[in-house]
Design a protein around this ligand. Sequence first.
Ligand code: ADP
Ligand code: MG
Length: 690
Amino acid sequence: MDNTAGIDAPIKSVKGVGAKTELLFQKIGVYTIGDILLRFPREYAAFPQPVEISTISQAAPGRRQAVIFRAENAAIVKYTRSMPVTIANGSHQGVSMEFLWFRMPFVKNTLKRGQTYILFGCVLNKSGRLSMEQPLIHTPEQYAALAGTLQPVYGLTAGLTNNLYKKTLRWVLGQNLLLPEYLPQKIREAHGLAELNDAVLHVHFPADFEALTKARRRLVFDEFFLFALSVQLQKVQGQKIENQYVVDGDLKPLLEKLPYRLTNAQSRVLEEIRGDLRGPYMMQRLVQGDVGSGKTVLAFLAMYLVSKSGCQSAIMAPTEVLAVQHYETFASYCDLFGVKAHLVLLTGSMTARQKRRAYERMQLFSDAMVIGTHALFQEQAVYDSLALVVTDEQHRFGVRQRETFSYKGHNPHILVMSATPIPRTLAIILYGDLDISVIDEVPAQRLPIKNCVVGTEWRPNAYAFIRREAEAGHQAYVICPLVEESEYAQGEDVISYTHRLQEVLPDSITVACLHGKMRPELKNKIMESFAANEIQVLVSTTVVEVGVNVPNATVMMIEDAQRFGLAQLHQLRGRVGRGDAQSYCILIHTSQEKGSAKRLEILKQTNDGFRIASEDLKLRGPGDFFGIRQSGDLAFQLADIYQDSDVLQMASKEVQRILARDPSLELPEHKNLREKACMFMGGQLERLNL
Ligand code: ADP
Ligand code: MG
């Protein structure tokens, strides 16, 4: 590599990374050497001590284990439906076990007769016959080097293996390039935080658990610190602004046409919003309301008032699926209320022509209600008189999108909606200036969701149940943690699961899959078909977690439920129980560990998102925080606002201290920090003239 290139050099400058691999890296957001260093493992694989085949039956089947395998005979390759299956048989003290590799005929040559191997994989016990599918193959020496270590597992894309990823990283780390340390030493010392490069090294390749904990703490601090810094820096800018769009109007005729009455909490929050819109200052409000508390209708009403006064408004959703759905919901509200509004949909996956039409409509109608994803604020989208921006499911957005509000030279009213229960003190740190409204009530007439936590042996019952519900005209979600089969990460994956369900369920029931790696257009299409009940069973990753509203769906089945944070499970569960019919949530629990089932039981006891999040924290020990996250994507890679709330407070205090002394980060000792903050905010600092 060219040594002067350093941290910003393209990933292609790594030895062994060619043009093809570079594309794969780019697909997961790795463009430079610095990017790969700062993209952290999703979880860590532990490698247990290898055991003899004869002792497996005593250990727990269903777990990933390392097994000692002596290749006494050559492996054979069979073909089932033209798929090659490599089969090897092992035995120890009269207990035998079968090892299978699908579509990997070359394994036959890897396994040399007379040699011993350590095979690592999930032990299956099919009516007393032990087997292992797709195990990883190691020589005893290779395995010895792994045993007892924590191996990083990265989020990948097809064609890019974890091994290649690790190799690339190791090579980069071997170059001894230094990321500039931007945290002032005083702060590091005061809180016992690791040095940045040290932390980066140990988060990828931890020497042990303790080193990992320490590395993580530093990086979590950074995430919060930069976040709080960006919030505070904007605050300097965004003092209370005089209301330039005083908006008011009568909503009563509309509310009378709703098929339900607003809950007291909805009415209260609606009044708070209206108070802002006609008040002396521009609105800056966060509305927190649990899943199903009915936030969408409030967003519509606020936007409607703005539109009636002749101004434009926009609502930004975190996913295309949700944006399209909001668009349709808004259209049906217009019908229901008998009002005419100029709705415009604008998402990233629309064709150039569709986008041009959307832009034209925005120019044509000075009272347009624009609905979309962050495409709303791309260069070509020109607003006429943007008086209100609503951000739905705010926690899903990165920091950068937050600032796009001011990009367009407008200073609109800002309404932020979130279903993530955040304690008030944390909300103030995370959202800075915003006033906070809480919808602390869900519509009363809804039947509470029935919950159960069961083991894998209950699956056939669950499938039969889904079948009955589908045949009665309802629909079901099945959630799996993984997109596709993965060598290290264990758990059910959406793709194989969809096939499995298609086989189990009759042809009259349409099963489809949905995951984040699909093209947006395809995702939208599938979600639309599901909403139209053309698909009855949707096997999905957590992409449906946020906001999706299909009231006809009555079953939420979640595989490997113990792998999810309770707050996240609560969000997922919130996708059902939205209509009049009784709904059900089936949590399939696949871990042998006792405590994890107990944790899931909390979901049965309460429907209160707030309580769920705090109970979850109480139950979990300090060792539990890798792999399980409270809430899907809070714009942080590692940090979790619940379990790391102490670090969040700490980081926020330090930000205040620094800015009190050096409000524009001009002191020489803050040079690196200033640069980092600039980068973090996508170059915004320059524009802020700091
Ligand atoms: P969320 O707050 O999770 O975004 P939604 O706005 O999607 O919730 O509302 C969930 C469902 O509840 C929708 O089908 C909506 O029409 C319905 N809903 C909203 N408010 C009420 C109410 N006051 N009474 C009954 N149903 C309501
Ligand atoms: Mg919503």
